[in-house]
Write a protein that binds this ligand. Structure first.
Ligand code: ATP
Ligand code: MG
Length: 248
């Protein structure tokens, strides 16, 4: 079966950190799906994404994207993935237009195509009338939406988003989820993290629940709900597997 992501026995302990971030994490995501990487605070979601996109190196184990090794083939991987980080990665003193032009040039998108692409995406995300405002004047939801556009201007085969709907209102969230579903229908793979389990249940074909750097369960939301006793939805399943203790 073709996989987008293959993670095998991944271990990571940040120097000086109290807890081990990943303790032998193994999981695979198929190509062409919307996959949810779920887990409580500190579970290791961002660390996993950082290893996949070459920002952090694991201590041991392997991570592969479309069969390419994340330690050794990162240049080839970078042209195939788009990453939307948990923290807003935009220049606050530049406008959305300027930020996106900058990102597009980094990806060497020809300027004519880039101009049309930015205009299309700003309109798609309801930002066209604000495109020349500086980012620091944007609301949280507008920053999130711009952050997402920055991660996918080059139309990656695999889009990885770390909490793309954190702190946004219902309207923005629906716009983002609607976009992700359309992007997936174009044949792209989406891997995303969220703490909103209702949202993950709605859009994910498959979810992996991780906790303390290990895989706890992975399946379709429907199958996970059916397999765990007395669980009516994904939030029940999540609590069933991860418990009620508040994390870091
Ligand atoms: N740069 C770092 N230095 C030291 N420890 C770190 C660093 N980044 C993460 N950690 C630790 O590694 C573990 C996993 O963190 P990570 O950010 O991957 O979790 P997460 O699942 O993304 O959490 P959240 O839901 O809060 O975003 C945590 O114990 C965290 O404190
Ligand atoms: Mg995180």
């Amino acid at each position: 079966m073709p996989y987008s992501i293959q993670i095998e026995a991944l271990r990571k302990h940040y120097p000086g950190a109290e807890n081990v971030a990943l303790q032998g994490l193994s999981l695979n995501f198929r190509k062409g799906i919307i996959a949810g990487l779920l887990g409580p605070n500190g579970a290791g979601k961002t660390t996993t994404i950082s290893i996949i996109c070459g920002l952090v190196h694991q201590d041991s184990g392997s991570a592969r994207v479309l069969g390419l090794d994340c330690r050794h083939d990162i240049v080839a991987i970078k042209s195939k993935i788009g990453v939307v980080p948990q923290q807003i990665a935009l220049y606050p003193q530049l406008s959305a237009q300027e930020n996106l032009e900058y990102v597009g040039r980094l990806y060497r998108i020809p300027s004519r195509i880039l101009k049309d692409k930015i205009a299309f995406m700003l309109e798609r995300f309801g930002l066209d009338s604000h495109s020349h405002k500086r980012i620091h004047q944007y609301s949280g939801g507008m920053k999130r939406r711009t952050n997402i556009i920055a991660g996918l201007l080059h139309e990656p085969e695999i889009l990885i988003l770390d909490e793309p709907t954190a702190g946004v209102d219902v309207q923005s969230r629906n716009m983002i989820l609607d976009f992700l579903q359309h992007y997936n229908e174009e044949g792209k793979t989406i891997i995303y993290t969220s703490h909103l389990l209702e949202e993950a249940e709605r859009i994910c074909h498959e979810v992996a629940i991780i906790d303390s750097g290990r895989l706890i369960a992975q399946d379709t939301p429907q199958q996970l709900i059916a397999n765990a006793a007395d669980c009516r939805n994904l939030e029940d399943v999540f609590l069933h597997y991860t418990g009620r203790t508040v994390r870091e």
